[in-house]
Design a protein around this ligand. Structure first.
Ligand code: NDP
Ligand code: NHF
Length: 280
C-alpha cells in the first residue's frame, strides 16, 4: 500500500494516519461515489464494522472503482453480539467472506464487554496467528480496561479507537496509549458535527483560511492521533484530508485543548462494559 502519512504500529505494520469512516453509508451508489472520491483524494484507510452491515457494500465499492485489495488498509470491528471465543473466530471468517478478501488489516473489539472480555481478545490473538488479520486492536477502552487486558493478554492492542474531539479530549487516556505504544484513533473526530459551530474555532479557521473541520483535524494530527472522519459530500471528503499543508501554533493548540467538556456523542464505555448492552 502506498500512502502519505503512514504511522508505524507497535507490530511494525503501517497504517495511514487519516482514514475514511463509513458508518451509515449503506447504499451501494452512495458508497461507490464516496469511495471513488476518497481514494482519488488520497485516503487509503477505510473503516467498517460488522455492526454497520456495510462490509460487502464497501468491498463492492472498491471493486467497482478498480481499487486493488493491496492498495487499501481495511479496519473492521467485532460486533458486541459476536463476542466470546468461538463467535469471534466465526465472525472474522464471515467478515472475510463479506469483504471478499483473505486478510483484514486491522480487527478491533468494537466495545469492551465484561463477560466476554478475555475470550474475545484471545480469539483475536489466534486469528492474527492464523494470518487472517494483520493487526489487532480495541475500541472504546479506557485505561483501566487496557490495564486489565494486560494481565492476561499475550500481545497488546496496537490501536485504541475512541470517541475524541475538542469537547472530549480524554488527554489522560491519549497519554497512556502513547506511553504503551498504542495508537489512539479518533472516531467522530468532528463530534458528528457538534463541534463545527464553535465560534472560537471559527475565528481560528478564518485566520488560516481553512474550515472549522480542517482546524479540528489538524489539531488531532499535531496531537499525534489517527482519525477517521466520515462524509458523503465530495468537497468535505477532500477538505478533511487537506490538513497536511498548514500548522497550528502552540497557543492555538492550547486553546483547542481547553475546550474539553467531557461531552460524549456516543455510549459511555463503562456502561457498555458493565451492561454488555447494544448500541443506543
Ligand atoms: N468505534 C466506534 O465505536 C465508532 C466508530 N465510528 C467510526 O468513525 C467514523 C466517523 O465518525 P462519525 O460518527 O461518522 O462522525 P464524524 O465526526 O466523522 O462526523 C460526521 C458528520 O459530520 C459531517 N461532516 C463531515 N465532514 C465535514 C466537514 N468537513 N464539514 C462539515 N461537516 C462535515 C458529515 O456529514 P456529510 O456526510 O453530509 O458530510 C456527518 O454528518 C464513522 O463513520 C465510523 O467509521 C463512529 C462511531 C463509533
Ligand atoms: O461504531 C459505531 C457507530 O455509531 C454507533 C452509534 O453511536 C456506535 O454505537 C458504534 O460504536
Amino acid at each position: 500500500m502506498e500512502a502519505d502519512n503512514l504511522l508505524t504500529l507497535a507490530d511494525e505494520n503501517k497504517m495511514p494516519q487519516v482514514g475514511f469512516g463509513t458508518y451509515l453509508i449503506n447504499k451501494q451508489d452512495e458508497m461507490d461515489a464516496a469511495v471513488k472520491t476518497a481514494f482519488e483524494a488520497g485516503y487509503r484507510l477505510f473503516d467498517t464494522a460488522q455492526m454497520y452491515r456495510n462490509e460487502q457494500v464497501l468491498a463492492a465499492a472498491l471493486n467497482h472503482n478498480g481499487i486493488a485489495r493491496q492498495d487499501v488498509f481495511i479496519t473492521d470491528k467485532v460486533a458486541n453480539e459476536n463476542q466470546g471465543y468461538e463467535l469471534t473466530v466465526a465472525s472474522v471468517d464471515f467478515s472475510l467472506e463479506q469483504l471478499g478478501t483473505d486478510y483484514i488489516d486491522l480487527m478491533l473489539v468494537h466495545w469492551p464487554i465484561n463477560t466476554k472480555f478475555f475470550d474475545t481478545w484471545r480469539a483475536l490473538e489466534d486469528v492474527k496467528k492464523a494470518g487472517k488479520v494483520k493487526s489487532i486492536g480495541v475500541s472504546n477502552y479506557n485505561r483501566a480496561m487496557l490495564e486489565l487486558l494486560k494481565t492476561q493478554a499475550t500481545e497488546m492492542p496496537v490501536v485504541n479507537q475512541i470517541e475524541n474531539h475538542p469537547y472530549l479530549t480524554s488527554q489522560g487516556l491519549v497519554d497512556y496509549d502513547h506511553a504503551e505504544e498504542i495508537v489512539t484513533q479518533a472516531w467522530s473526530p468532528l463530534g458528528r458535527g457538534a463541534v463545527l459551530d464553535n465560534p472560537m474555532i471559527q475565528k481560528m479557521a478564518d485566520h488560516h483560511d481553512r474550515s472549522v473541520a480542517q482546524i479540528i483535524l489538524r489539531w488531532q494530527v499535531q496531537r499525534g492521533l489517527s482519525m477517521i472522519p466520515k462524509s458523503v459530500n465530495p468537497a468535505r471528503i477532500k477538505e478533511n484530508l487537506q490538513i497536511f499543508d498548514f500548522e497550528l501554533s502552540a497557543d492555538e493548540m492550547s486553546m483547542l485543548d481547553i475546550l474539553n467538556r467531557n461531552e460524549r456523542t456516543g455510549n459511555d464505555p463503562e456502561e457498555v462494559y458493565e451492561l454488555g448492552h447494544q448500541y443506543r
